[in-house]
Design a protein around this ligand. Structure first.
Ligand code: FNR
Length: 356
């Protein structure tokens, strides 16, 4: 696997080994996949403007986010069902994130329970774990899930708000991929099912959810709350009013509303609306260190990657996910050197130009 040197090559390797139905599940997006493609294409439309002879021999990527720290501004966005990629599932991911000393956001739809994910990260020497939550209409169910994550030792709750209904992945519909294979389940909902024959409760997505549900969450946890999936600047503002401690600009990797703009194109207006009150994160379409640098220059405090980790896991398990993280780290470091900066904090919007 040492021969793989780019994220794109990990995608190709994943395609070669995965069941095509699972590869489509991971790599595909909603409907015509316009947004999926746009997320990447928008980065290609932005150019970087370096400065020269700035006498910066050393660089640091160290990043502080909320109550957590990471060795770099590259973290793992929450993705479902890691056991479809590799036998150890999220345990492998947690070890890879810990080895890279960065933050893993484990998902509500993980195939390993959050307590085991945090334990694996700790046993591998560190790396904070955050927990991604879909708010449930029943507050007692939300409370139970959050209390499990809190007891497990996560250091933030990431609330995904872009999913009032399930996204429509045409590839999944065509492939008939509707459920996990026997033996795999969303372990964070185990024991919450009402029916004794179906002990694992299904994740409920609901268009009934409103800011009131976020208020209820705010009342039941002291952990920092990251609002994931806001696109409109007004929603970022509202999120902060309702107690969010960070905003994550995300379109779910083009898996929810097809036709929503690329996240890097949404970022500047959200950053302006947030006006430095809380950190802004972004994910979607990041495949190169240069993409990371562009997002940081436009005001992101850190970026998340979704599919690249899945491709790494599929291609080579824990080691594959580690390699993906190290490729992006080394590309980002190299990019910062070429831009003439010492740290991401030095970057600003004047480092990026939009190509005509
Ligand atoms: C996701 N994503 C996601 N987000 C979330 O909040 N909860 C979830 O359960 C999932 N599940 C999920 C599964 C798979 C297979 C993918 C690819 C993505 C979205 C994810 O957090 C992130 O926003 C995107 O993946 C970022 O885009 P890239 O890096 O995949 O282009």
């Amino acid at each position: 696997m040492n021969t793989l040197i780019t994220i794109r090559e990990y995608e190709t390797a994943a395609r070669a080994v995965l069941d095509p139905v699972h590869f489509d599940y991971v790599s595909g997006g909603a409907r015509d996949e316009v947004t999926l493609r746009e997320n990447e294409a928008a980065y290609a439309r932005l150019a970087l403007l370096p400065r020269v002879l700035r006498g910066n021999p050393k660089r640091t990527l160290e990043t502080r986010l909320l109550n957590s720290r990471a060795s770099m501004p590259i973290i793992l966005s929450p993705t479902a069902f890691h056991k479809l990629m590799t036998g150890d599932g999220e345990l492998a991911t947690a070890r890879a994130a810990a080895a890279a000393d960065t933050i893993m956001i484990t998902g509500m739809a993980a195939t390993v329970a959050v307590a085991d994910v945090v334990a694996a990260a700790r046993a591998a020497g560190g790396g904070d774990v955050w927990f991604q939550l879909y708010l449930q209409t029943r507050n007692d169910i939300t409370a139970e899930i959050v209390s499990r994550a809190t007891d497990a030792g996560v250091t933030a709750v990431v609330v995904t708000v872009d999913s009032p209904v399930l996204g429509a992945g045409d590839r999944n519909i065509r492939n008939g991929f509707t459920d996990l294979p026997p033996g795999l389940a969303c372990e964070n909902l185990r024991g919450l099912g009402g029916d004794p024959t179906d002990r694992v409760r299904s994740i409920e997505l609901s268009a009934e959810l409103s800011w009131e549900h976020l208020d209820r969450l705010r009342a039941l946890t002291e952990l920092p709350i990251v609002l994931k999936g806001t696109a409109h600047p007004d929603d970022a503002r509202l999120g902060i009013e309702h107690g969010a401690d960070a905003i994550m600009v995300s379109n779910h990797g083009g898996r929810q509303l097809d036709g929503i703009p690329a996240t890097v194109d949404l970022l500047p207006d959200v950053v302006a609306a947030v006006d430095g009150r809380v950190p802004v994160l972004v994910d979607g379409g990041i495949r190169r260190g240069t993409d990371v640098a562009k997002a940081l220059a436009l005001g992101a405090s850190a970026i998340g990657i979704g599919r690249p980790i899945m491709w790494g896991l599929a291609a080579a398990g824990e080691q594959g996910a580690r390699n993906v993280l190290e490729i992006l780290r080394s590309e980002l470091d190299h990019t910062l050197a070429l831009l003439g900066v010492e740290s991401p904090a030095e970057l600003g919007s004047d480092w990026v130009v939009t190509k005509p």
